[in-house]
Design a protein around this ligand. Structure first.
Ligand SMILES: [Zn+2]
Length: 125
């Protein structure tokens, strides 16, 4: 992986981190709305909004952690290496998915295993 690619990925991570920070901030700062009075539809939509905000916040926090890990990897010089087989993850994949930890074959393998796990109980029926 060449240095200028690393440098551009680093910038990408930092701008994504900024984005996540402002997403998280906007959720934290928006007061949790309370369903006071109103009819059932109002209460339901307030609950749904709160739930949505929490889900978006959760995902932003998880993604933020991944971004920090990625930045750490860049400074360690291990960024772009597949965690499973140690090969170099193609730059095109990293550009599409900066936080990718695995190369495509390993990722597919992991997904197949996951699929087997989740469908196992179905075959037992
Ligand atoms: Zn791999």
């Amino acid at each position: 992986m060449n240095a200028s690619f690393m440098e551009s990925m680093k910038k990408r991570f930092i701008s994504l981190l900024d984005e996540m920070d402002s997403t998280i901030e906007s959720i934290v700062e928006s007061p949790i709305s309370m369903a006071s009075g109103g009819d059932e539809v109002d209460q339901w939509s307030v609950e749904r909004d709160n739930h949505m905000a929490l889900r978006i916040g959760d995902r932003a926090i998880t993604y933020r952690k991944k971004l920090l890990q990625g930045l750490q990897k860049i400074s360690d010089g291990t960024y772009g290496k597949c965690e499973e087989c140690d090969c170099e993850i193609p730059a095109s994949r990293l550009m599409a998915r900066p936080t990718a930890d695995f190369c495509v074959p390993c990722k597919e393998q992991a997904e197949r295993l996951e699929f087997k796990k989740t469908t196992k109980h179905l075959t037992l029926l």
